[in-house]
Design a protein around this ligand. Structure first.
Ligand SMILES: [Zn+2]
Length: 141
């Protein structure tokens, strides 16, 4: 499963508009962020695999593709969920409890690969979850 973002960028070699493509991909039990630049004019190509996904680019991914939301399909075993949330996010018990409340309220969201990764980890400990697309943001006011 992957999510990609394409942006125009000047080719580093010939300066004609080239494609900058960022891909967030779920590989096994980890998320990877790959970036590549490919120029159709001169054939310049470069790829950087396993880079750092910045908050700004992540926002663009969410804006372009929408967020995914995690839902329990049956009432979960809270301790198992808390443990996975703590380990996945590297947070303390208080933050994990808050995250659990957000999942229960249908408010725990992220990019589809991020949520799928969490869903895999939860399923691995026997928690039934599904990942669904979040409804488009409504205008407020
Ligand atoms: Zn070029």
């Amino acid at each position: 499963m992957f999510l990609s973002l394409t942006r125009p960028t000047p080719c580093p070699d010939c300066r004609t508009p080239a494609d900058w493509v960022g891909v967030q991909v779920l590989v096994g039990d980890a998320l990877r962020w790959d970036v590549e630049v490919a120029c159709g004019s001169c054939g310049f190509a470069v790829a950087e695999c396993g880079g750092e996904l910045s908050d700004g680019v992540r926002e663009s991914l969410l804006a372009e593709h929408g967020a995914a939301v995690l839902h329990f399909t049956t009432p979960p075993r809270r301790l198992a969920v808390l443990r996975v949330l703590r380990e996945s996010a590297g947070v303390g018990i208080a933050e994990a409890k808050e995250a659990l409340e957000r999942v229960l309220a249908g408010e725990y969201s992220g990019t589809p690969p991020e949520m799928e990764l969490l869903a895999r980890r939860l399923r691995a400990v026997g928690v039934d979850v599904v990942v669904s697309a979040q409804a488009a943001r409504r205008c407020s006011g």
